[in-house]
Ligand binder design. Structure first.
Ligand SMILES: Cc1cc2nc3c(=O)[nH]c(=O)nc-3n(C[C@H](O)[C@H](O)[C@H](O)COP(=O)(O)OP(=O)(O)OC[C@H]3O[C@@H](n4cnc5c(N)ncnc54)[C@H](O)[C@@H]3O)c2cc1C
Length: 457
């Protein structure tokens, strides 16, 4: 079973106190590197550091990797292939995504666009849907097989600083031990409290943090293929824009897995406060939508969860390099739109490279470790984020964009398909007047200009 893979390496034992009498103060364990969090960023960093011969400890608070996540996700296989060649041959993915759709929704209709191609079904695949637990377990198993020691149920309570340099971590109860290392890689996910408490990054603004709800709904594989018009084994991702995010900018989507479907939706934390509703309300909007409800009919809810995504974009990236410490993945706000897993893995890869260079030169200063930032800067990770740098501000400054223009699009489509007893020119004028009654032409042009500036970068 995949969940057993990561158990193959026997974890080293932490020093134990004798049963009776006060324990002599045992010297803390020491590693070349400690990685906090066995998610995509942490397990990738641990794998490459261990593969390069470093003595690595990978700490995960959950009882198994992925325990703190739910449902599934889509990964960009082409980018993971560069890290783990032909990984799909050993990893049980769910579906090969060959259909990518965008639906602009109002409350009762949808304007859609999409791309479907059998060419996407050929390796190296573009996107694969994966079950989180399987993916996290597989990745952690790779790190263990490369020689990293994985300890589950170990929550890091704080990083240990000595004269401004990170020298290890302190574990929360029940272990309550200090563990030392030359380098710590913080890969503890969105809203890294460890980095914040240590004063390494500023507190994340609720404007830059989105809360997502996710529901996994079981459906038979044939039902999924019939309803989503898919050949056997192939999958679809539908991005939902407008109605699901209740008048605020945010994202929502439907992902197909082998025998289940995920729906998820999220908006900025402060938008929930402003709107006075919760993440579950967004899922309810999706499930009730007349265009979506038939796709989910008869499905049984398997899981439900909520999680955060740091969506502040390029300008919200905190300092990632500190003496003796690197921040990777979501903890460093390395998320581009809703793409996070691939960026997390690549940041883990680059953190490992920088850690190896520091170890071989015995120099753990921020200057030496800044190789990490250089590698990120030179790669698609930060170049893509930089290209989208203005998108986050646009979403914040014009929170009505997704909802308003989805409604306008649907209204224009509805009025256009209606056959009114009037000449075509009069009908065009009528549709234009109706649609621009939702947003004056001057404001439409101003919004178009704003979007253009974001696209131009
Ligand atoms: C609803 C939703 C849907 C998404 N869908 C997609 C998608 O389809 N494709 C995509 O690419 N991205 C998606 N993302 C984003 C993606 O999940 C993240 O970008 C990615 O998981 C980041 O990886 P990470 O390793 O940095 O953090 P995480 O995956 O969050 O892993 C962090 C790990 O650290 C552990 N941890 C935390 N604190 C401690 C501690 N103190 N001590 C020990 N361990 C700790 C956690 O238990 C966890 O295992 C989605 C996110 C959400 C919320």
């Amino acid at each position: 079973m995949i969940s057993d893979w990561f158990k193959t390496k026997k974890p080293r034992k932490l020093p134990r106190s004798p049963a009776s009498g006060p324990a002599p103060a045992a010297a803390p364990e020491k590693f070349d590197a400690i990685v906090v969090g066995a998610g995509p960023a942490g397990s990738t960093a641990a794998y490459f550091m261990a593969r390069d011969g470093l003595d690595v400890l990978l700490l995960e608070r959950g009882p198994f990797p992925g325990a703190k996540n739910c449902g599934g996700a889509a990964v960009i296989a082409e980018q993971i292939h560069d890290l783990f060649p032909n990984f799909w041959e050993e990893f049980p993915y769910e579906r090969i995504v060959t259909s990518l759709e965008y639906w602009w929704l109002n409350e009762d209709s949808a304007v859609t666009a999409g791309f479907t191609s059998g060419r996407l079904a050929a390796a190296p695949y573009n996107r694969l849907t994966v079950k989180r637990k399987n993916f996290y377990a597989w990745l952690a198993a790779k790190a263990v097989a490369a020689g990293a020691a994985l300890r589950l149920g170990h929550r890091v309570a704080s990083v240990i600083l000595d004269d401004g340099r990170t020298v290890g971590v302190r574990l929360a109860p029940p272990q309550s031990a200090a563990v030392l290392a030359d380098i710590v890689v913080l890969a503890d996910g969105a809203n890294s409290l460890l980095a914040e408490q240590a004063g390494l990054i500023p507190r994340l603004s609720p404007l830059n943090l989105s809360l997502y709800a996710k529901e996994t709904i079981a459906l038979a594989p044939e039902t999924i293929e019939e309803r989503f018009n898919l050949p056997p084994g192939q999958g679809a991702i539908i991005s939902l824009i407008g109605h699901p995010t209740a008048g605020y900018n945010g994202t929502a989507s439907i992902h197909t897995f082998r025998d289940s479907v995920n729906i998820n939706a999220g908006i900025a934390v402060n938008s929930f406060a402003a709107g006075g509703f919760g993440p579950g309300d967004l899922l309810a909007r999706i499930k009730k939508h007349p265009r979506i409800a038939p796709l989910l009919a008869g499905g049984v809810t398997l899981e439900y969860g909520a999680a955060m995504i740091p969506e502040g974009g390029y300008h919200a990236i905190p300092p990632l390099v500190h003496p003796g410490l690197l921040i990777a993945g979501d903890a460093g706000s390395l998320v581009n739109g809703t793409h996070g897993i691939n960026l997390a893995m690549w940041s883990g890869r680059f953190a490992a490279k920088a850690a190896y260079a520091a170890k071989t030169s015995r120099d753990f200063s921020a200057a030496k470790l800044s190789l990490y930032r250089t590698l990120l800067d030179e790669s698609f990770v930060l170049q893509n984020m930089r290209a989208n740098a203005k998108a986050a501000a646009l979403q914040r400054d014009a929170p009505y964009l997704f909802d308003l223009y989805s409604r306008m699009l649907n209204e224009a489509a509805y009025l256009s398909v209606r056959a009114y007893p009037m000449p075509i020119k009069a009908k065009r004028r009528f549709v234009w007047r109706k649609v621009t009654s939702l947003q004056p032409v001057g404001k439409i042009l101003a919004d178009a200009w704003r979007v253009l500036k974001v696209v131009k970068g």
